[in-house]
Design a protein around this ligand. Structure first.
Ligand SMILES: *[C@@H]1O[C@H](CO)[C@@H](O)[C@H](O)[C@H]1NC(C)=O
Ligand SMILES: *[C@@H]1O[C@H](CO)[C@@H](O)[C@H](O)[C@H]1NC(C)=O
Ligand SMILES: *[C@@H]1O[C@H](CO)[C@@H](O)[C@H](O)[C@H]1NC(C)=O
Length: 139
């Protein structure tokens, strides 16, 4: 029963683009958008965009639909201080540039590994000194 309801909810979210009740900002997908392009345009981290849209945007981000409305951030968990990674960047340098600890940087961007060896150009990072990622939810 619960499984059926969860399935129906997922279908509804996909077809009717119902945003989470606690969505605090949204965007409409336009021609040429990619996930990291949307992240850069609206200052949303790569991690946050994916986490907020679990079950809506697939892992490779190849199912965006023109005109689709997607949520960018949830109230109270919406990091808007972002930085777009460039070739050659290191977590040490990014953390220093924003006066935050590496641990804060990695906590806010759980897609970055603990030793920060998987940064890639155009990845969008949350560089706030405040912790936004809900560890309960992301674990
Ligand atoms: C998207 O955000 C705008 C405000 O920026 C709001 O008016 C609109 O209702 C939101 N769309 C949805 C589907 O929640
Ligand atoms: C850097 O952050 C520390 C607190 O973590 C603060 O005391 C200090 O003033 C900040 N420095 C700059 C230049 O913002
Ligand atoms: C984090 O998620 C838990 C479980 O969903 C919730 O109880 C808690 O209020 C959330 N914390 C924040 C800061 O949103």
């Amino acid at each position: 029963m619960f499984g059926l309801l969860a399935t129906l909810a997922l279908v509804a979210a996909t077809v009717f683009q119902v945003l989470p009740a606690n969505c605090d900002r949204n965007a409409t997908v336009v021609v040429g958008d990619t996930c990291n392009g949307i992240s850069a345009k609206y200052s949303v981290s790569t991690y946050q965009l994916a986490a907020v849209n679990t079950g809506v945007i697939d892992a490779n981000c190849d199912n965006l639909q023109i005109g689709e409305v997607i949520c960018l951030g949830l109230t109270g968990q919406d990091c808007m201080t972002t930085y777009i990674a460039q070739s050659g960047d290191t977590c040490v340098a990014i953390a220093d540039a924003y006066n935050i600890s590496q641990s804060t940087l990695i906590t806010n961007n759980p897609n970055v590994n603990q030793i920060c060896t998987n940064l890639y150009p155009d990845e969008v990072l949350c560089v706030s000194s405040q912790i936004y990622v809900n560890l309960t939810m992301s674990s």
